[in-house]
Design a binder for this molecule. Sequence first.
Ligand code: CMC
Length: 430
Amino acid sequence: MSKEHATLTIEDKIYKLPIVRGTEGDKAIDIRKLRTETGYITLDSGYMNTGSCRSDITFLDGEKGILNYRGYPIEDLAEKCSFVEVAYLILIGELPTREQLNDFRALLSRFALIHEDLIHFFDHFPPQASPMSILSTMVNTLNNFYPEMSGDSDEDLMIISARLLSKIRTLAAFSYKKSVGHPLVYPRYDLSYCGNFLNMMFDKPVRPYVVHPEVVATLNKLLILHADHEQNCSTSTVRLVGSAGVNLYTSISAGISALWGPLHGGANSAVIEMLEGIRADNNDFEKYIQKAKDPNDRFRLSGFGHRVYKTFDPRATIIKRACTKTLEALQVEDPLLEIAMKLEDIVRHDDYFISRDLYPNVDFYSGIIYRAMGIPTDMFTVMFAMGRLPGWIAHWSEMMQDTDDRRIGRPRQVYEGPVQRDFVPLHERS
Ligand code: CMC
C-alpha cells in the first residue's frame, strides 16, 4: 500500500486518506474508512466518480480513446485475433499458445449442445417475446441443469466459461429459430465459434447455409470489440449480484437484463429504429437534431455519447471501417449507411454535441453491419451479450477470487424523507 495520501478538512479537522495508483496512471482516493472516521459518506449518483473495485482486466482512457484488454490494444486484437482467442485472454490473463487455444476450442465444442429439456422452455414464450428476455431467462435457468463451480482455479474457470460461452451461442440461435418458426439447427463440431453460430441461425433444410469467410471475420471483430469494457452498467450489475454470493449463471442473467436498456446495449437496435425514422420522415435530420437538443424531450440520438469516452470511442472507429468493408464484400447497399454518415457529419459540426463531447459510440454503426449479415434488429443486443460474456465471467471470477477485498456491494444514501414522527392510529387519520 502506498504511503501517499490526500488531506480532507471537515469542520476544522484534517483527515488523511490513502491514495491508490493503477499501473496505467489511474489515481484514486481510498475512502473506505471515511464514514467510520468522519461520519460522512460521499454522494455520487450514477457512480460518475466512484471506483467500485481494483481490476486487472481492462484499461480504458476516455480522454485519449484507449482501450486495452489485459494490456493489449483493442486495435491489434480486433485485427489479428479470433473472438475465442480474445475470450481466453480476458478470462485467463494471457494470450493462449496454439495448444491452449486448441484445448479451449475443444471444450467449446464439447459444451455446445444444450440439455434437450431446455428446448421445451422456448415453446412457452409468447411469439412476440423479446430475445433479450428469453436469453436472460434461459441463462438463469442453466443453473438448474448444470453443476455450480467456483471458478477458483484456471481449469475450473475454463470449464464454466466454455460451458457458458458455448451454450449462450446455441441459446441465442435457437431463440431466433423459434421466433421465426423454423426447425432448430444443432451445433457442428467442424465449424468455428462464429461459423457455428451463423450456421445455427441461417441454415435451413431447404436451403443449406454456406458460411461466408467475410461474415465470419466481421462477426469475430464485432464480438471482440464488445468483449469487455470494465465497470459498465451490466458488468457492475454482474459484480453487484455476484457479491451477494449468487451463482455465475444468475449473475450473468442479471447482466443481460441490464444490457437490454436503450442507454446501454439496447442502443444498437434503437439506432436502426432512429435511422429508419429519419428515412420515413424524408431525411428530416433537423427534426431529430432538435428533438435531441430539447431539454423537455426525452429523445436522444442513439449511438452517440459515452460516460467515459470524451474524444472518440476507439471501437466506433474500427466498426465504421468494418461497416463499409463488409457491405462492399457482401454487395449490400443499405440506404441507412448513408443516413448514418450524414447524421454523424451533422453532429460533428454542431455546437450542442461538440460542447458535450458527444461522438458516435460502439453501437452507432454495428447495427448496419448486423443487418447486412441478415441478423434481425431485435437480435442485435443478443449479439452484444454474446460478445460481452467473457468480460462478465472474468469480472465475476476476479471478484469471487478476491479474498482481501471482497464484500457485498451495498451503497449508502442521503435520506431526504420526513423526519421521525409520531405514529397516527387508523381511526385518528382524516
Ligand atoms: N443525444 C443528445 N444529447 C445527449 C446524448 C445523446 N445521445 N447523450 C448525452 N446527451 C446530453 C445530455 O442531455 C446532457 O445534456 P445537458 O448537460 O444539457 O443536460 C449531456 O449530454 C450529458 O449527458 P449525460 O446523460 O449526463 O451523460 P452520461 O454520461 O450520464 O450518459 C450515455 C452517457 C451513453 C447514457 C448518453 O450519452 C446516452 O444516453 N447516449 C445515447 C444512448 C447510447 O448510445 N448508449 C450506448 C452507450 S455505448 C455502449 C455501452 O457501453 O452500452
